[in-house]
Design a protein around this ligand. Structure first.
Ligand code: F0G
Length: 458
């Protein structure tokens, strides 16, 4: 295991306040063990998300100062547009204030009742936008994605046979678009291979179905292609990105991830008629097409971020920092999804707490304990987030895996912080028999994990 040294120097620091365990226990009681309600000031290491939490570079901060805040025709927009075009070669670039708005705009125009949208795995917001328009969102990722212990270089790949079956079952006219999420966040931050992208495109071309990328973490995906797929080892990341986007008809993007900024997103596509309709809706709900819900300075920062993210030194560090944490946890016999994802390590909470059944939320018990003892915030992706009661049978439905995600913000924490996290896990693992399951005392009818209240079962 190599100790990943940060390929940057620290110019500005933000201090982290420390809290005592007593204080954290009191806070947890006040918020009913819901980690979303803990003020960020009371957190030592925040691994809730890698979205919008990146540290901007000196070049990005400098770029903010030259933002052109004109309502129409902003210079910053043209710079942003040019950068996105250089990366994707798509003809139309539509700025949005974050990724889900891009998804909303696209779904509003193309998804109608009874339509079907395949994806390797939909992220919550893509799924929600499709379902909101009465469409059916299908996950067609390869089976290996559901086997945490199975090591596969491209666990985000779509299963081509599943895709063909879906097209045969529903018919091409009911499939307005097919997505590939790169990397596949809901499946553990796993990449999609270039070969798989080509294979998916080949099938879709037969039926004239457009392919869109959910491209939030495209650069991390490119780096995995470079290091894991034959024939790409000597290519620049930009070349790989260009090839990848050449197989797609468009993309939705949350720049809060690989745009290395705190807010922003876009939709880019080739279909002029569709772009026109989306732009008309954009003006109604986001803003004029040369700012789309963002300030000119935000567009400047994204333009710089999209270039910086292609730097191989950065990507090498980024992926090895996540890998480094994963390897330390693995050494302590803590079960994780293998291999490590591009932006996060996913812990198998059911294996961590074999004595806590899924209906007593082993993932949330781990999230709570990590915060209580060590001030680390993580997020449960298991029965609390996805479990529900079947309306017809009254039976509890549980997801396939009880996971806890440790998402690593970009350029924010050092490898020493990774050591701290690994040590915390090692200590907690030794003490795990003492930890108890939880029960819900309050839940909202939808997206319950954001506001649920829970208590420990004694
Ligand atoms: N698609 C994927 C794959 C995502 O991971 C996210 C956000 C979005 C779309 C939506 O983008 O937040 O800018 O509207 N993921 C964050 C996360 C929230 O924590 O994984 P957004």
């Amino acid at each position: 295991m190599r100790f990943p040294a940060e390929p940057f120097k620290i110019k500005v620091v933000e201090s982290i306040k420390t809290t005592t365990q007593e204080e954290r226990e009191k806070l947890l009681k006040e918020v009913g063990n819901n980690i979303f309600d803990i003020p960020s000031e009371k957190i030592f290491i925040d691994l809730l998300t890698d979205s919008g939490t990146s540290a901007m570079s000196d070049r990005q901060w400098a770029a903010l100062m030259v933002g052109d805040e004109a309502y129409a025709g902003s210079r910053s927009f043209y710079k942003f547009e040019q950068t996105v075009k250089k990366l994707t070669n798509f003809g139309h670039v539509i700025p949005t204030h974050q990724g889900r708005v891009a998804e909303n705009l696209l779904s509003s125009i193309i998804v109608k009742e009874g339509m079907v949208v395949p994806n390797n795995s939909h992220f919550d917001t893509t799924r929600a936008n499709i379902e909101y328009h009465q469409g059916l969102a299908l996950d067609l990722v390869i089976d290996e994605a559901y086997q945490p212990e199975v090591d596969h270089p491209f666990k985000g790949n779509m299963d081509i046979r599943k895709l063909e079956r879906v097209i045969n079952k529903y018919g091409k006219d009911r499939i307005p678009v097919c997505f590939l999420t790169i990397t596949n966040n809901s499946g553990g931050g796993q990449p999609v291979s270039m070969q798989n992208i080509k294979d998916v495109k080949k099938v879709l071309s037969k039926y004239n179905i457009p392919l869109f990328f959910d491209a939030c973490r495209f650069a991390e995906n490119c780096y995995f292609i470079k290091t894991r797929e034959k024939g790409y080892e000597n290519k620049w990341i930009l070349e790989i990105a260009n090839e990848m986007f050449s197989y797609a008809d468009g993309c939705t993007m949350s720049a809060k991830k690989d745009g290395l900024v705190n807010i922003g997103g876009f939709l880019a596509l080739n279909d002029e008629g569709l772009a026109q309709k989306i732009t008309n809706l954009l003006i109604l709900i986001e803003g004029f097409p040369t700012y789309g819900g963002l300030a000119g300075r935000d567009l400047e920062a994204i333009a710089v971020g999209l270039e910086e993210v292609l730097d191989e030194n950065y990507l090498q560090f980024r992926t090895s920092q996540v890998q480094y944490l994963a390897e330390m946890l693995d050494k302590e016999n803590i079960s994780i999804i293998k291999p490590a994802g591009g932006h996060a390590v996913y812990i198998d909470a059911q294996k961590f707490f074999p004595h806590i059944p899924n209906y007593q939320f082993p993932g949330q018990a781990l999230v709570v304990e990590l915060y209580k003892r060590y001030g680390i915030r993580s997020v449960e992706i298991g029965s609390l987030m996805f479990g529900k009661t079947d309306e017809k049978t009254g039976e509890e439905i549980h997801p396939k895996l009880e996971l806890v995600r440790l998402a690593i913000p970009r350029r924010v924490y050092t490898s020493m912080h990774m050591n701290y996290i690994a040590e915390a896990f090692a200590e907690l693992h030794k003490d795990r028999d003492k930890i108890k399951g939880m029960r819900i005392t309050y839940e909202a009818p939808v997206l319950r994990h954001f506001t649920a209240r829970l208590e420990e079962i004694n």
